[in-house]
Design a protein around this ligand. Structure first.
Ligand code: FMN
Length: 556
């Protein structure tokens, strides 16, 4: 009987205008409710649409996207075949059903989301299938419409931020049985495979690593001595260009030349969410991470402005934001999971996830270098990440926790107190080893760990590494613990207003180029310091030497 029902179920686009009785819909929704939900999160939400006006608005959205899809099809034959398909039945079906999941359930600890937050979405899919089968059993059917712009879809339906729709479902009495096969197959678009794709895995394989054959080590010492002589030989009192001289020496040494050029500078903002953000450690809710990623992609954030000002290319990496972004040429999707676990209860990430972060970060750098860049700045975005950074700093530097914890996005005194208490509690619960990678996995964030991996790769490839504020410096600290040589390539751009940053730079023996009291992250310090790098390179390349200008070197 179940098998008959499974065979009978069809994705339906053609409906009669017969209404769907309430009892049928209720029974189907109850079937949805009986579906498994991870950790009994009960996160699936349903919205019923009967209004013609609302249906029409959804149909317009579908039409817009469908036209876009059509443009992506290459041949004219395929284009007209696509046009002939009926891919929706929004206005024909008597009822529209929107099935969603509620992300706010993640604000509470649940055993169901220990490995990944994606499970609440999967649970909603289980409910959808139950509804599909129940409708079929009752002589009705439904069709899944997913070709929609979900951003606009949420807007027109006025869905709250935390409610994520999986699709729009047309529900009604089917007008055809599509000859008992998928409609797309009946219309000759594509055939469904006859058997399920199954393979047995009977051995273990090692993880792939980033290929790094393009790395050419420079003869740093030799270049360095020649650079120092060239800098001292410029028409100025010895050392009078202060930190610019150090900068010129460093840039020339890293790039292995007496006449360095900065080529195709690139800034990469890594973004991710943090489980710890659910414990009131930030002045902002988690949603802000994804809102800011959208802002970066729309070109409206501070980092966009400064990158445009200095002609720095900007890319955004989704290292683990609790949201699925629409494809975008400026977005690199390296999502490890939808946010880390809260390190108040468990390791933020597994050892395997940490390795994946390091690898994914390295891949970004390999791509950037392929594009011709020799200078890469790192920025971050992730609500809750100052908490993660403070704990890592405390544990890796051995400094008192209260010296490492700051206001972050701007918590007040009481919230700061709470933040410290929560972090202290998390640390006191930690039973693991103090080996660097163990600490990185337990307390890290996906964006910070990908930055650490990226920095390590940038060092291997002789690139200049621009380090931004507090979070990026903690990512650097982690990477530095794994490879102290990293220091050679790192340029510390800005000393943040976040209280731990000054101490951290001291610990690292590092001096930042700027101190503007910024505490924004995003890589803004890197972009703002960029003109100083250019000045350093320019004076080295273009300034006259005592010899060339025939100026005497001796003091009068
Ligand atoms: C997640 C999901 C989203 C889908 N979205 C659409 C859609 O927007 N438009 C459409 O015509 N079919 C959509 N379909 C239907 C499939 O493309 C496919 O035709 C159908 O599932 C196979 O037919 P059957 O369900 O009758 O076996 C969707 C199916 C799934 C599972």
């Amino acid at each position: 009987m179940l098998e008959d029902l499974l065979k009978l179920r069809r994705d339906t686009r053609h409906f009669t205008n017969e209404p769907v009785p309430d009892s049928v819909l209720q029974k189907a929704l109850m079937a949805g409710h009986m579906a498994p939900s991870v950790g009994l999160t009960d996160a699936t939400r349903y919205y019923i649409i009967r209004s013609g006006e609302v249906k029409l608005a959804v149909k317009h959205l579908f039409d817009n996207y469908s036209r876009k899809a059509e443009q992506l099809i290459e041949t004219d034959d395929q284009k007209s075949a696509y046009r002939a398909l009926k891919l929706e039945g929004i206005t024909d079906a008597p009822i529209g059903l929107v099935v969603c999941y509620d992300r706010s359930v993640l604000n509470e600890f649940t055993i169901g989301t220990i490995a990944t937050n994606d499970t609440i979405r999967s649970s909603a899919v289980c409910a959808i299938q139950n509804i599909w089968l129940s409708l079929t059993e009752q002589g009705y059917s439904m069709g899944w419409v997913s070709i929609l712009n979900y951003h606009q879809f949420k807007k027109i339906l006025n869905l709250p931020d935390e409610i994520e729709p999986l699709g729009y479902f047309c529900v009604g009495k089917p007008a055809t049985d599509y000859e008992k096969q998928p409609m797309l197959q009946q219309l000759g678009w594509k055939n469904k495979s006859e058997l399920p794709a199954v393979a047995e895995i009977d051995s273990l394989s090692g993880a792939a690593s980033v290929e790094s054959s393009t790395i050419v080590p420079a003869d740093h010492q030799n270049v360095s001595a020649q650079l120092s002589a060239a800098i001292d030989g410029k028409t100025k009192p010895l050392g009078s260009l202060g930190m610019l001289e150090d900068l010129a020496l460093q840039i020339g040494t890293v790039l292995g030349t007496l006449s360095p050029q900065i080529t195709d500078p690139q800034l990469v903002v890594f973004a991710a969410d943090h489980g710890i953000a659910h414990h009131g450690v930030s002045a902002y809710p988690q949603e802000v991470t994804r809102q800011m990623v959208n802002n970066f992609l729309d070109g409206g954030a501070a980092i966009n402005v400064f990158c445009r000002q200095h002609q720095i290319a900007l890319k955004v990496v989704d290292a683990g934001v609790n949201y699925d972004f629409a494809p975008n040429a400026d977005l690199i999707v390296h999502k490890i999971a939808k946010g880390t676990q809260s390190f108040l209860y468990a390791a933020a990430m597994s050892a395997a996830e940490l390795e994946l972060c390091l690898q994914k970060g390295a891949e970004v750098v390999a791509e950037v270098q392929k594009g011709g860049s020799n200078t890469i700045g790192f920025g971050e975005m992730g609500i809750g990440n100052t908490s993660s950074a403070s704990v890592l700093m405390h544990l890796l530097c051995g400094l008192p926790l209260q010296d490492c914890v700051g206001k972050g996005t701007g918590v007040n005194a009481a919230q700061l107190q709470k933040k410290q208490e929560i972090l202290q509690l998390a640390i006191s619960r930690y039973q693991g080893s103090h080996e660097v990678k163990h600490l990185m996995a337990h307390f890290g964030g996906f964006e910070m760990m990908q930055i650490a991996g990226a920095m390590l790769e940038a060092k291997k490839r002789n690139l200049l590494i621009l380090v931004d504020g507090f979070i990026c410096t903690v990512a650097y600290l982690c990477a530095f613990k794994l490879d102290p040589e990293l220091q050679r390539n790192a340029i510390f751009c800005h000393q943040s207003d976040e209280q731990g940053h000054r101490l951290l730079l001291e610990q690292l023996n590092a001096k930042a180029l700027l101190k503007l009291d910024l505490r924004l992250g995003e890589g803004t310090g890197c972009a703002l310091a960029f003109p100083l790098l250019k000045s350093a390179v320019d004076f080295l390349n273009d300034m006259a030497s005592f010899e060339s200008a025939e100026v005497s070197t001796g003091a009068v």
